[in-house]
Write a protein that binds this ligand. Structure first.
Ligand SMILES: [Zn+2]
Length: 334
């Protein structure tokens, strides 16, 4: 149900856009340069997870803010320690004296995450983005967001500063088995959406489900069956799992955190900033090398790896980082 892709080319600002194929819903990992995303895609975003506020991961905020002003929209942002202060500085950088009469009150709801606690504030356009505290020091157990359709977890990595890595997990998928439906002599149609809603909600087996269809003359025929009886026509499969890992030194603690976060992910976006030949530079700058990233992806049993956050020093040989990462990922000596 979701598509996920990097926003920019791997030498550009880091960031991944995860979009639902059927609903107006998208999630963003990191807030670097967003100009390649058209407004219609940006306006689908409800949740943004910022790894840290180095410029290349946060400069896109103004672009998005400008687009959202005057719209009936709430943006939920999450970031590491110090995040609210950085966000407030961005919001306070502008003059907001003509906003109180806007018809729609655009709001930013931001959560600053610490290893054991999180604080959430709201900033509404009509009140010139003055902070209102919604929750202070709520316990943080790794889960940042839990919706009806997905969860997002965060873990801390060491980038000399605390930096968040994320795991997006779609809830179970429900696919209708049309052949079974036919054997049961049941029609296809809009009622299947209601059936899926019941399954997503985890309703009990006795729940009556209305099965209806319209004949060519427009007459509606209906019957009712309990949810439990319809389950044989539904195939349940695990949802998509996506990891987003960037800006981390190759330390023992970071490795353990990345392996746990990326475990059996369908897709892992992972930084591959330097070649292994430049491992000392990578360590000094608190980044991973391509070989380190590829090896971690393999050890975590990831299905597909997307390397990104390439250092500009490799622009003269643009494929070397991806090649080194893929070689390590496939388990061949680099
Ligand atoms: Zn970075």
């Amino acid at each position: 149900m979701y598509n996920a892709a990097l926003i920019n080319d791997p030498f550009g600002d880091p960031g991944a856009y995860v979009e639902c194929k059927y609903r107006r819903e998208a999630v963003l990992f990191d807030l670097g340069d967003l100009h390649l995303l058209p407004p219609r895609k940006l306006l689908k975003i409800d949740y943004i997870f910022v790894s840290h506020t180095h410029m290349d991961h946060f400069i896109g905020f103004d672009h998005l803010l400008r687009l959202c002003l005057g719209r009936d929209k709430h943006l939920h942002l999450f970031g590491p320690p110090g995040f609210l202060q950085h966000l407030e500085h961005k919001l306070m950088a502008y003059t907001w004296n003509l906003v109180e009469n806007y018809t729609n009150d655009f709001a930013v709801i931001a959560t600053e995450v610490h290893p054991h606690a999180q604080t959430t504030k709201r900033y509404c356009c009509r009140t010139a983005f003055q902070p209102e505290t919604l929750e202070e020091c709520r316990a943080f157990d790794g889960i940042l967001v839990e919706t009806r359709f997905f969860t997002v977890q965060g873990v801390f990595l060491d980038h000399l500063i605390p930096c968040l890595a994320f795991r997006f997990e779609e809830r179970q998928r429900f696919n209708i088995l049309k052949t079974v439906l036919k054997e049961m002599d049941l029609p296809t149609g809009a009622w299947l959406m209601t059936l899926k809603e019941h399954l997503v909600n985890g309703d009990d087996d006795e729940t009556p489900v209305r099965i209806w269809s319209r004949d060519p003359l427009g007459n509606v025929g209906e019957t009712w069956l309990p949810l439990g009886a319809l389950k044989q026509a539904v195939k349940v499969s695990p949802g998509l799992r996506i990891g987003y890992v960037t800006d981390a030194i190759h330390s023992r603690k970071n490795r353990a955190a990345i392996l746990e976060l990326a475990d059996h992910a369908d897709l892992l976006f992972i930084e591959t900033t330097f070649l292994q030949d430049h491992a000392e530079t990578a360590a000094r700058k608190y980044h991973l090398t391509a070989r380190q990233a590829g090896t971690l992806a393999r050890q975590a049993h990831v299905k597909r790896m997307v390397p990104f956050h390439f250092s500009p020093k490799y622009k003269i040989a643009p494929h070397v980082l991806a090649e080194e990462a893929m070689t390590a990922f496939r388990g061949h000596p680099a």
